[in-house]
Design a protein around this ligand. Structure first.
Ligand code: TPP
Length: 637
């Protein structure tokens, strides 16, 4: 059967269709998204919810002349399918395939890349301002942002500035009342206020009638009462907020009714009166029952059986590091009531949903507000609490100054739990957590740890909670090792590493996930006659200087191994320490090179970057090769 979407290779083809065809186009897009994402995995529920909106936007506006800026970009699959990427869509999120997010290099229809939330309005405003300066102000710029994205400080800062600049900018607010989990906060309640205005209008009507019926009250009083009613109604509608910020507010409209969307967007397109906010209500996961029922699970999924909605990945395997973290925190919080936990809109991804179930009063979801999360934790810490801030490595980048200024400068005991550190896989360059050791290591007072397995993760969380100052534990995405764990959880001695294997020719100094790979590498090179020692550093800061220096001196060859940027990371720390100690050793750093790493599976990327056991063994063999032979020759009688 031929599909309408098979003839759509660009939005121009879409615009050739009649409006009556568009619901069918939407259904076909939805079907195609489901067909592919059920195999590749991806951000399903968000993209299903924006299908009609995307069709209507591309039908009314004229991309790429008009520019769409998608917030996060995880809802843009229909946009990808309509903008010349349909035939490659089956490569979604796979190495060498198309990205899960908008990307400038990928298409001229993606004027701005994303992956992190709350950036769209700033970027769109910058584009609109530039176009106006270039005399191209007739081109329309449209930011599409979710109600979750709107909770981020950057989005709110941008709204503030947009109203001030007064440029023509269309902000489409895709309101599904969901972030990944149900959206939180006063703003979110404000957006849903419209639902209660029916009741309020009824109450006002009753009041008006009783006023009119009073014998001594004439029409004047009635007019005053009517004005009061209008003011109250405005005050109670979401438009009040946006109009106060200098926007024309349109909505709320049903984001699954293409006819209503077309009519509204057509009117919006004709308006040139400064910023406009179009409030669209949608259902996350729309059109696929399992996703509508379980939008949190289907926000980002692995491959699944489309018929049943059952996820294909066997969940029965080893526990994830996320789960281990959550369990350990619950155990430790049971014994210490000062422990509180904070997530920035990721209760599910960080495992804190389990903590919340146990300690609802000690768990805070602050919205997509990483900066605020850290500032809030700092405040709590000043009053004797032990806040644990659980944020993915990549998203904590947002809060750099809060870590420096609010936490570390005041030496406050905040524990940062950085999930998804290192290579994360299919989400790609916006999501790899390969910068945290570099952005944390140079901050005074900070203690940094990385576990080699789940037992160490548990002990490091306990360590962070007894340190009288800031600390961070970074751990990878995925399954833990399956080793036995002990209870009660004993903290580590700060700054003490672990010698895992002795050896004369070289020492691997590895940290976190890379320790296992370094151990394997030691085995590989032993078959080539190179005898390597292995140190599990545990602490990136403070380093176990005594242990590392001893083995660096003894072997003369050091290979550091980490899943962080080479620039300023763990290996850099070891180099600096050796230099400070005046130790001359040959050092090779196995780390993430100085470029952004594309998407692909974790295994593929680790192998390609030389971060797996084979790559590490290769680096070690190269380092010691010549010298090793020299030394053997010298030893011969
Ligand atoms: C800075 C940042 N923090 C957290 C995330 C993780 N994240 C991805 S999508 C999302 C929820 C977005 O909600 P919303 O904007 O309402 O879009 P929806 O998925 O509901 O369509 C979150 C928290 C992120 N991408 N960026």
């Amino acid at each position: 059967m031929t599909r309408l979407i098979d003839s759509i290779n660009s939005p121009i083809d879409l615009r050739r269709l009649s409006p009556a065809d568009l619901p069918e186009v939407a259904e076909e897009l939805r079907d195609e998204i489901l067909r592919i994402v059920s195999k590749t995995g991806g951000h399903l529920a968000s993209s299903l919810g924006t299908v009609e909106l995307t069709v209507a936007l591309h039908y009314i506006f004229n991309a790429p002349e008009d520019l769409f800026v998608w917030d996060v970009g995880h809802q843009a699959y229909a946009h990808k399918l309509l903008t010349g990427r349909r035939e490659r869509f089956h490569t979604l999120r796979q190495r060498g395939g198309i990205s899960g997010f908008p990307k400038r290099e990928e298409s001229s229809y993606d004027p701005f890349g994303a992956g992190h939330a709350s950036t769209s309005i700033s970027a769109a405003l910058g584009i609109a301002e530039a176009l106006s300066k270039k005399g191209e102000g007739q081109r329309r710029v449209i930011a599409v942002i979710g109600d979750g994205g709107l909770t981020g400080g950057m989005a709110l800062e941008a709204l503030n500035h947009t109203g001030h600049l007064g440029r023509d900018l269309v902000v489409v607010l895709n309101d599904n009342a969901m972030s990944i989990s149900p959206n939180v906060g006063a703003l979110s309640s404000f957006l849903s206020r419209k639902m209660t205005t029916g009741a309020i209008t009824g109450a006002m009507r009753a009041a008006r009638d009783s006023i009119r019926n009073l014998p001594q009250v004439g029409d004047d009083m009635f007019r005053v009462a009517k004005r009061f009613k209008d003011a109250l109604k405005n005050f109670l509608s979401p438009g009040y907020l946006f109009e106060g910020l200098g926007f024309v507010y349109v909505g709320p409209i049903n984001g699954h009714r293409i006819d209503q969307l077309l009519e509204t967007l057509n009117n919006v397109k004709k308006l040139h009166e400064g910023p406009i906010l179009v409030h669209v209500r949608t259902v996350k996961g729309k059109g696929y029952e399992p996703a509508e029922k379980e939008p949190v699970i289907f926000h980002g999924v692995g491959p699944f059986d489309r018929r049943t909605g059952r996820l294909l990945k066997d969940k029965a395997g080893k526990a994830s590091y996320t789960h281990v973290f959550a369990d350990a925190l619950i155990e430790l919080a049971e014994a210490d009531e000062r422990v509180v936990a904070i997530t920035a809109a990721m209760p599910n991804g960080t495992g804190l949903e389990h903590f919340h179930a146990k300690f609802p009063d000690r768990c805070y979801d602050v919205g997509i507000a990483e900066q605020h999360a850290v500032g809030f934790a700092a405040g709590l810490a000043t009053q004797g609490f032990r806040p644990v801030v659980a944020i993915y490595s990549t998203f904590l980048q947002r809060a750099y100054d809060q870590i420096v200024h609010d936490v570390c400068l005041q030496n406050l005991p905040v524990l940062f739990a950085l999930d998804r550190a290192g290579i994360v896989g299919a989400d790609g360059p916006t999501h790899h957590g390969t910068l945290d050791l570099s952005y944390l290591r140079h901050i005074p007072n900070m203690v940094i740890m990385a576990p080699r397995d789940e037992e160490e993760l548990r002990r490091m969380i306990a360590t962070g909670l007894v340190i009288d100052g800031p600390s961070a534990v970074r751990y990878p995405r995925g399954s833990a090792k399956g080793v036995a764990v002990s209870s009660p959880i004993a903290p580590f001695e700060v700054g003490k590493g672990e010698l895992m294997k002795t050896g004369d020719d070289l020492v691997f100094v590895a940290v976190g996930h890379s320790v296992g790979a370094a151990q394997e590498a030691a085995e590989i090179i032993s078959s080539r006659g190179i005898n390597a020692a292995v140190i599990n550093a545990r602490f990136v800061k403070p380093l176990d200087a005594e242990l590392i220096c001893r083995w660096a001196e003894r072997t003369g060859n050091v290979v550091t191994v980490e899943e962080n940027a080479a620039a300023g990371g763990f290996g850099s720390a070891v180099l600096e320490m050796l230099e400070d100690a005046g130790i001359e050793a040959r050092v090779r750093r196995v780390a993430v090179p100085d470029r952004f790493i594309e998407h692909g599976s974790q295994e593929e990327l680790r192998a390609a970057l030389g971060l797996d056991a084979r790559g590490i063994a290769h680096a070690a063999a190269e380092l010691v090769g010549l010298r090793f032979q020299d030394r053997r020759a010298m030893r011969r009688p």
